[in-house]
Design a protein around this ligand. Structure first.
Ligand code: TXA
Ligand code: MG
Length: 351
């Protein structure tokens, strides 16, 4: 398949390009586009064939449901029913933005889009280009992250090109995304709201709207105590670089000496090693490659750089990646959720 590449300048959106992309979506094709979280792989959410095409292009298991993106609050009621009051309050506070809500679906949403579930995940992104595209496409875009299944989510168009070029109709290049981690998912379909995936919108922020918000124990970062998570996608191995990723936790000095020791051991075995560190600690490491994920004082930068850094290690052909843990105050839970998943929960305590 020929994949068309187009630039999408958010400061100055070219209506012709949005029209062209909208037409592809209306006709059942697939368009990758930027959002404020990560790039999405879009198809018409109400067209079962489009959703099937998304699963094929991503190589994604078809029991893993897609998020439906809308551009106007009124459209929520076209696809969801029995919407609780708190869901409206959350929408008012966090939409457009990086929050996805799980609600009971209406019959117009095909099972192909929801992975066979009776609920639907809905999000209104903040990104102006994404909003325009949703309107132009007819109002409902199903979009998972635009990576091949299991790979780190794309935060730049080049990541989408690496994974999906030749497999989809169009890629809209809107430059680097702002947040870099996928949206927070909250299940509003049961009695109490439950967070199924941590993200930029934190539990604390959600509790300000509804004090009853809980976190799905299945997504906890408690290593070794994993339970089956409720969001089907959270159970799959995810975000994984090709090299083996190991997270080293503990007091800073000990982390540095432990990582340097482990790196040395692997290098003696002839392996190529990488270290993922903070701007402040990177100079302390001796490894084939040392990458900074950002300053400890700038957690937004850490969140934005994580997936990109994992992909860069792949390009450099690294066999083993040792990473510090990044428990930052606001987004730490989301960052560590993705990092630990990417590591398949391989964690070493620094000695
Ligand atoms: O930031 C984001 O949310 C990005 C951008 C493109 O909007 N999208 C994204 O989609 O991360 P995806 O498909 O990579 O992740 C969607 C997650 C999966 O873990 C899936 O299992 C869960 O949402 N999900 C979707 N519908 C669900 C439902 N009805 N019930 C429970 N979990 C659901
Ligand atoms: Mg994904």
């Amino acid at each position: 398949m020929k994949t068309v590449l187009e630039k999408l300048d958010t400061e100055n959106i070219d209506e012709r390009i949005i029209k062209k992309a909208g037409t592809i979506l209306r006709e059942g094709g697939l368009v990758a586009f930027p959002t404020e979280t990560v790039y999405g792989l879009g198809g018409d959410a109400l067209n079962p064939q489009s959703s099937q095409k998304i699963y094929v292009a991503k190589g994604r298991p078809s029991d893993n449901p897609l998020i439906v993106h809308i551009a106007k609050l009124e459209q929520l009621e076209d696809i969801a029913k029995d919407i609780p009051k708190d869901a409206y309050k959350m929408a008012e506070k966090f939409w457009p933005g990086p929050l996805t809500m799980i609600l009971h679906k209406k019959s117009c949403v095909p099972k192909e889009t929801t992975g066979g579930l009776e609920t639907v995940a809905v999000r209104m992104p903040f990104h102006q280009g994404a909003l325009k595209l949703i309107e132009e496409s007819g109002g409902f875009i199903a979009a998972p992250s635009a990576n091949r299944s299991g790979r780190p989510s794309p935060t730049k168009a080049s990541h989408v090109i690496d994974d999906l070029y030749g497999l989809i109709d169009m890629i809209l290049d809107g430059g680097q995304v702002g947040i870099g981690l996928e949206s927070t998912i909250i299940d509003m379909s049961e009695e109490k709201p439950v967070i199924l995936r941590p993200g930029f919108v934190t539990k604390k922020m959600l509790k300000d709207i509804c004090s009853e918000v809980e976190t799905d124990p299945g997504i906890g970062n408690n290593i070794g105590k994993e339970r089956e998570p409720k969001a089907p996608g959270m159970k799959y191995r995810h975000y994984a670089p090709y090299g083996q990723l190991i997270v080293v936790e503990g007091e800073e000095k000990k982390v540095i000496s432990t990582i340097n020791y482990l790196v040395q051991e692997r290098r003696m075995q002839g392996k190529r090693t990488g270290v993922l560190a903070l701007e402040e600690t990177k100079k302390a490491y001796v490894s084939d490659i040392v990458k900074s994920i950002g300053s400890r004082h700038n957690e937004e930068e850490i969140a934005r750089s994580l997936f990109s850094a994992l992909r860069e290690f792949d390009e450099l052909g690294v066999d083993f990646i040792y990473s510090e843990a990044f428990y930052t105050p606001h987004m730490g839970q989301a960052i560590m959720n993705r990092l630990l998943k990417a590591a398949g929960y391989t964690v070493v305590q620094a000695k």
